[in-house]
Design a protein around this ligand. Structure first.
Ligand code: SF4
Length: 402
């Protein structure tokens, strides 16, 4: 039986896709290896007409060894359109390849190509603003094993991003690509990360007018979060990654030694109480530790009033885990169904913000396609519809430049 759009999204994350050399990718977004390296695949959009959203965006692995033996292959061309064929049974899925924005190659006033400042990952703009995460500078290195930030910042993207360059790139992305949300991240920066990012937040809110998300290692002085909220931050995310303490220490040695897991949950809880319901998220990676830990992590994050963002483990080329296997579809489908159910149990208004489709993960509201259609489902979907309608003027106001 053919998969629905969310099931296809999950299976593509698990298997990747082959790109036959005779299929032209003219005009498509190039494969870029920036930030932690997760967006190193081909950006696609799958029609999902039964959702409040029209499409599901996926950054499909195409370069890793598991993708080269995937049952999925791309077919078509820019004139006739594209489809994905599953060679296991011949199922064919229509999809499109989003165009590369013309501003990507434009130079900022400091002569830096804008795609070396930020890139689109789905419909939002992602910018790694801080210096290279400090875990890469320890000897021996303490970086998270799945990450390639230390290889990418200063290579595929600019090592230093000035506030002016960031503002100009945000402007171009807003005006020409309709971006509503910019996500600023920067790994671990000692106790200076939140302080470093503050002037970027201030400038974007004042000069551009976008929703701004911040993702940095947690800091002990929680009043810094209040300061960033006062500057206009709309979203905080905390990368817990793994729940089992032994797996956490093995895969994220720097985080385990310097922060400890509890700080991630404490900071998440603090921000979830500080900000509107649904404005905070906890990120985890599924497919490394046992499934039961992943399900427990999802419940723990949702119980704090944050929404779980679950990344399906990708053994990215150049990372310490590049030879690890990618996860099983059946497990990941169960995980994503659990995400939706946890959000429903805690009345998290997922999908309320306008035009934020993240291609690197299965968005919690993509997983509506996995949910059982019972009375609770329709109640929650009604609540989400209300949250979208009631939230629209609030988001419009927050997206106005000062
Ligand atoms: S904290 Fe870990 S995942 Fe984040 S940039 Fe540093 S090494 Fe990479």
């Amino acid at each position: 039986m053919p998969l629905n759009a969310c099931e296809l999204e999950i299976d593509l994350f698990c298997h990747g896709m082959r790109l036959p050399p005779d299929v032209p990718l003219t005009g498509a977004r190039g494969v870029s290896r920036t930030r932690a390296g997760l967006g190193s695949g081909l950006e696609i959009a799958i029609p999902a007409p039964s959702l409040a959203k029209r499409e599901i965006w996926v950054n499909v692995p195409v370069a890793e060894s598991f993708a080269r033996v995937s049952p999925y292959r791309l077919t078509g061309d820019p004139d006739r359109g594209y489809a994905i064929v599953d060679d296991r049974g011949g199922a064919r899925y229509q999809m499109r390849l989003p165009k590369e924005p013309s501003w990507y190659t434009r130079l900022t006033s400091r002569d830096v190509a804008m795609n070396r400042i930020g890139v689109l990952q789905g419909t939002y703009l992602g910018i790694y603003v801080n210096p290279v995460c400090a875990f890469w500078n320890y000897s021996p290195r303490q970086n998270c094993q799945f990450c390639t930030t230390g290889e990418n910042v200063g290579a595929a993207e600019a090592a230093v991003k000035t506030i002016e360059d960031v503002v100009e790139t945000c402007w171009a992305a807003k005006e020409e690509s309709g971006v509503t949300f910019v996500h600023l991240n920067g790994g671990f920066q000692g106790s200076r990360g939140l302080e470093f990012i503050a002037p970027y937040v201030e400038a974007i809110k004042k000069d551009v007018g976008l929703l701004v998300g911040v993702q940095l290692a947690p800091e002990h002085d929680f009043t810094r979060y209040n300061e960033l909220v006062a500057l206009g931050v709309d979203h905080f995310s905390f990368c817990v990654e793994l729940l089992d303490p032994q797996w956490f220490a093995r895969i994220c040695p720097g985080k385990a030694h310097v922060h400890g897991q509890a700080l991630y949950f404490d900071a998440m809880q603090y921000c979830a109480r500080l900000m509107p319901h649904g404005a905070v998220s906890g990120e985890i990676i599924a497919g490394i530790e046992p499934l039961a830990n992943t399900l427990e992590a999802i419940d723990a994050i949702a119980a704090l009033g944050a929404f779980p963002t679950v990344c399906i483990f990708r053994p990215t080329i150049g990372s310490d885990m590049e030879n690890w296997p990618s996860p099983r579809y059946e497990d990941m489908r169960r995980v994503m169904q659990h995400v939706y159910e946890a959000c429903r149990r805690h009345w998290l208004p997922i999908g309320a913000a306008p035009n934020i489709e993240v291609s690197l993960v299965v968005n919690p509201d993509d997983a509506v396609l996995l949910a059982a259609r019972d009375a609770g489902f329709y109640c929650y979907e009604g609540y989400r519809w209300l949250a979208r309608v009631a939230g629209a003027p609030v988001f419009r106001r927050r997206m106005r430049a000062a």
